[in-house]
Design a protein around this ligand. Structure first.
Ligand code: ADP
Ligand code: MG
Length: 338
């Protein structure tokens, strides 16, 4: 029997998976690592991988060959018919864009390119360069099943939402095969289906943003998606300074207000999109966004304070989140009211 991967051990907090009914899988896709476990369905890994591959073929911002890549290449005023998957991601992106006052922006592509994220080689841009990218934000019209860009150089980047969408598709496919318990993790976008055998909930580890191999706290979850946005996973280094890959459209620069933002929601697409938006907004505005628009969503915001890092959680997590013992002198946990 194969041992559970480090990833899964961190996640679910058990020592070894020994149940012969469990199918465990791990593979690379969409520029990250995917993994998961499913009970009583040996082909789970194949099905999940095929699902992620087809989402990538449609929604990748990293290649001209995807449907999104073709849209990015389109000239201004060319009307492009879009697939239902692209339409879903764009529609949810626009909802989060509106609710977050523009913090989440599916057209952050030119800023990502400018700062060097696509070629993985950082570039510190001038204010003029930043301004010319900011002028391209939102340069498109979206009509039911078509998109018309108003600037040829407006480029969509679904890196903040497509992984959550892909997880939702994979969960739907597993459910259609009768799977009732399992988890799917696509680069930190995770859906927890049902519960592990003999338990009512999955015990989910929240990573320490200052040391990503450590778990700082645990929450119990069932039938929910969890996504975390942080600057610690992907960044470029310029003159010895690390710049994270989440852009603040208000400044054209990488967002810096939080160490990490974790969202627990019913769907992967909302968890993914919203965690990116909260990360951009920083602690105060993130709390306002949750209060005003997402009363049923739970969140964990980790903020650097002078002496101790602060973990601010939604009231629904009070009594559910447990700070690990070794962190009790370094982190302060508090919940805000709705
Ligand atoms: P990860 O990709 O590590 O899961 P996120 O879900 O937070 O992290 O997404 C970050 C990605 O989202 C970036 O790599 C980029 O592709 C895209 N992005 C960057 N800035 C924004 C933004 N302000 N709004 C929406 N998407 C963004
Ligand atoms: Mg995201």
């Amino acid at each position: 029997m194969k041992k559970a991967s480090i990833l899964l051990l961190l996640l679910i907090g058990c020592t070894e998976v020994v149940d012969p009914e469990i199918c465990e899988f791990e593979f690379e896709t969409m520029g990250t690592v995917a993994g998961g476990i499913a009970y009583s369905y040996p082909d789970a890994g194949k099905l999940v991988e095929a699902t992620f591959d087809s989402v990538n073929t449609t929604l990748s911002s990293w290649t001209d060959d995807s449907e999104l890549g073709a849209l990015n290449l389109a000239s201004a005023d060319q009307t492009i018919i879009i697939s239902s998957w692209l339409n879903t991601c764009l529609t949810v992106s626009e909802e989060i864009h509106r609710n977050s006052g523009g913090a989440f922006d599916p057209t952050a592509g030119p800023l990502m390119r400018l700062w060097g994220f696509y070629r993985r080689q950082g570039h510190l841009p001038s204010e003029t360069e930043i301004d010319s990218c900011l002028a391209l934000l939102g340069g498109y019209l979206h009509n039911q099943n078509s998109v018309t860009k108003t600037h040829a150089e407006t480029k969509f980047d679904f890196g903040g939402i497509a992984k959550g969408f892909a997880v939702d598709r994979a969960v739907a496919n597993l459910k259609a095969e009768g799977v009732k318990n399992g988890l799917i993790d696509l680069g930190g976008n995770i859906y927890f289906l049902g519960s592990p055998k003999g338990r009512d909930f999955w015990s989910v580890g929240i990573k320490d943003p200052l040391n990503k191999n450590q778990i700082v706290a645990r929450v119990e979850i069932s039938n929910k998606a969890v996504a975390t946005s942080g600057a610690y996973e992907r960044f470029v280094e310029i003159d010895g300074v690390r710049y994270g890959h989440i852009m603040n459209p208000a400044t054209g620069k990488p967002a810096t207000g939080l160490l990490s933002a974790t969202v627990i929601a019913d769907s992967g697409i909302i968890a993914d999109g919203l965690s990116t938006a909260l990360f951009v907004l920083g602690p105060e505005k993130a709390i306002e966004l949750l209060k005003n628009h997402y009363p049923d969503v739970e969140a964990i915001l980790i903020v650097q304070d002078k002496e101790k890092a602060r973990i601010s959680v939604t009231p629904g997590l009070r009594g559910n989140i447990e700070l690990l013992e070794e962190y009790r002198d370094r982190y302060l946990i508090s919940s805000f009211s709705r």
